[in-house]
Every structure is written in structure tokens, then in C-alpha cells.
Ligand binder design. Structure first.
Ligand SMILES: Nc1nc2c(ncn2[C@@H]2O[C@H](COP(=O)(O)OP(=O)(O)O)[C@@H](O)[C@H]2O)c(=O)[nH]1
Ligand SMILES: [Mg+2]
Length: 276
């Protein structure tokens, strides 16, 4: 495998900008991120925002790892504006608070299932026991295909997959698998976004172009496949913007190729729903 040529960046931005949604019932394709705290979900969202703005965006405040509990307590559906035209892009990305091990914190599995089905509106608050009373206003009792999630993305940090034997990580993975099962029942396509590739392989940290040559990265992708049961060709390694002061082509290209695949699967899904 080779990193796509740099001119692909422009092409991919253009393709995503001009994407035609294949079902007239759907205005925007909805991508839902889930995964452990500190896995890079918020960073991915702000990285995508930066790519389309053509400059660094602060986006949602990334949670410093080790903070313990998740920063994102609200269900937030992020829309993106194209920096060039100012129009909204044809996809939205929502983020769910971290899947902590304990039952006291972390998004409730039932809540996530509700999100998949499109019951949760932008601004819905999560807590450990399910719906908050004030959450009622943010509950959609009769969601249409447009409100549903069209692709489920498990965000896994490459540098922590190796620690799978710890009880905590094991608990997170079994929660992720449970949610994946719910998504499968709803026929929602699923992929893995493998973040933190720079923390995993020194050659990749030095030059992101080494990513497809790295045995270490391939091994980590294989681990994602084994742990979650998502086929290898649906595991996308990315590096999020996290310390950079400006945009870099190599980072953008990896982010965009992951996003393009995700958006295409979402679009295939809504197309299939035409005949359903
Ligand atoms: N080295 C590196 N750090 C990252 C990457 N993605 C996110 N981070 C950092 O990891 C921490 C957790 O990320 P965050 O996006 O808040 O995770 P979330 O809890 O899943 O939303 C933050 O300090 C980010 O700056 C990445 O690809 N590489
Ligand atoms: Mg977050």
C-alpha cells in the first residue's frame, strides 16, 4: 500500500464537498463515534474541521488523557462548514462520551442504541443511569431515516490496544462489541478508526508516509480486527492534529481517506434503505 499522492487531497476534499446523498429522505449523513475516553474522538472531529477550514480549528476541547472521567457529557452533533463556500458539508459527526469501565460513568448502552436509532437530538445529556429528566426535550420519539446514524465508527487508540489484557480495557471492548451488535441488527455499517499511530511507531512519528510500510502499525490494525471483529480493510489508521500549529498534507490525506470511506459507507447504507 502507498500513501495516495498529494493531489488526491484536493480531489478528496472536492468529492466530499460535492457528494450527492443517494436518498432524498436524508439531508446529511450521520456518523457516530464511540470508544474509550482519551481515544481521540474529539480530536478527530476538530481535525476534520481544520481540514475543511484550511486552517487549525480548536473545535471541541480535547480531553487530556488521564483526567479520569469523560469531558463530553452531551450528545453533540457537529456540522461542518466548508471554508471555501461557507456551506454546510453533507455529513455530520456526533461524539459519545467515553465508555468507562465502571457502571457509574460513561454512556449507557441503551442511550447509545437510542442514538443509533435517531432518538437523541443534538444537546441530549448523558449520565450513568440513562436519560436525564431535562433530556426529554432532546428526545425524538419518531425519528426518520434522516435522524438515524448511518455509519458507526469505533475509535481505538493504537498505543493502548496492546494493553488489552487489563480488566478495564477488556470491559471497554466488550461494551464496544455489544454496541456493534446493536448496530448490526440495525444494518448500520461499521468501521474502526485507529488513532495515535504516531505514538505507536517511531518511524511513523518521524514521517507519516511510513505508515503503510510499518509492521508495527499493521500489527495494531490486526489487533483491532481481532478485538472488535471488524475486517482489516475497514480499519483506518489516522493521526489527529494534537500538537501541530499548522496543517500538514500527510495528516490531511490520512484523515480524508478515512473520512471518505466512512461517508461512502454511510451513503451506501441510506441508498439501501431506499429499497427497504
Ligand atoms: N499523539 C497523538 N495524540 C492524540 C491523537 N489524537 C488525540 N490525541 C490526544 O489524546 C488526548 C485525548 O484525545 P480526545 O480527542 O480528547 O479523546 P476523546 O476522549 O476520545 O474525545 C488529547 O490530549 C489529544 O490531544 C493522535 O492521533 N496522536
Ligand atoms: Mg471527547
Amino acid at each position: 500500500m502507498q500513501l495516495p499522492y498529494v493531489h488526491r487531497k484536493r480531489e478528496m476534499i472536492q468529492e466530499l464537498r460535492n457528494l450527492k446523498i443517494s436518498n432524498p429522505e436524508v439531508q446529511r449523513l450521520h456518523i457516530l463515534l464511540h470508544g474509550p475516553i482519551g481515544g481521540g474522538k474529539s480530536s478527530f472531529i476538530s481535525s476534520i474541521e481544520s481540514v475543511f477550514k484550511g486552517r487549525m480549528a480548536q473545535g471541541a476541547l480535547a480531553d487530556a488523557m488521564g483526567a479520569g472521567t469523560s469531558f463530553t457529557k452531551k450528545f453533540h452533533i457537529k456540522k461542518f462548514r466548508d471554508g471555501k463556500s461557507g456551506n454546510f458539508l453533507p455529513f455530520v459527526i456526533s461524539d459519545i462520551m467515553g465508555l468507562e469501565n465502571t457502571n457509574k460513568a460513561g454512556a449507557h448502552i441503551d442511550d447509545i442504541t437510542q442514538a443509533l436509532k435517531g432518538h437523541l437530538k443534538d444537546g441530549y445529556c448523558f449520565n450513568s443511569v440513562g436519560r436525564l429528566p431535562e433530556g426529554e426535550n432532546f428526545y425524538n420519539s419518531s425519528p426518520t431515516l434522516n435522524d438515524q446514524v448511518h455509519c458507526l465508527v469505533s475509535v481505538l487508540p493504537a498505543d493502548r490496544i496492546g494493553m488489552m489484557d487489563t480488566e478495564e480495557v477488556h470491559a471497554v471492548i466488550s461494551k464496544l462489541r455489544e454496541i456493534r451488535k446493536k448496530a448490526s441488527d440495525l444494518k448500520i455499517p461499521q468501521v474502526v478508526l485507529m488513532t495515535m499511530v504516531d505514538n505507536t511507531c517511531p518511524q511513523v512519528k518521524e514521517d507519516l508516509k511510513n505508515i503503510y510500510r510499518s509492521k508495527k502499525i499493521k500489527g495494531k490494525m490486526q489487533e483491532c480486527t481481532n478485538k472488535l471483529g471488524v475486517p482489516m480493510n475497514f480499519v483506518y489508521p489516522v493521526k489527529n492534529y494534537h500538537e501541530e500549529g499548522e496543517l500538514h498534507n500527510d495528516i490531511d490525506i490520512l484523515l480524508l481517506s478515512a473520512l471518505k470511506n466512512i461517508v461512502n459507507f454511510a451513503n451506501d447504507h441510506v441508498e439501501e434503505m431506499l429499497d427497504a
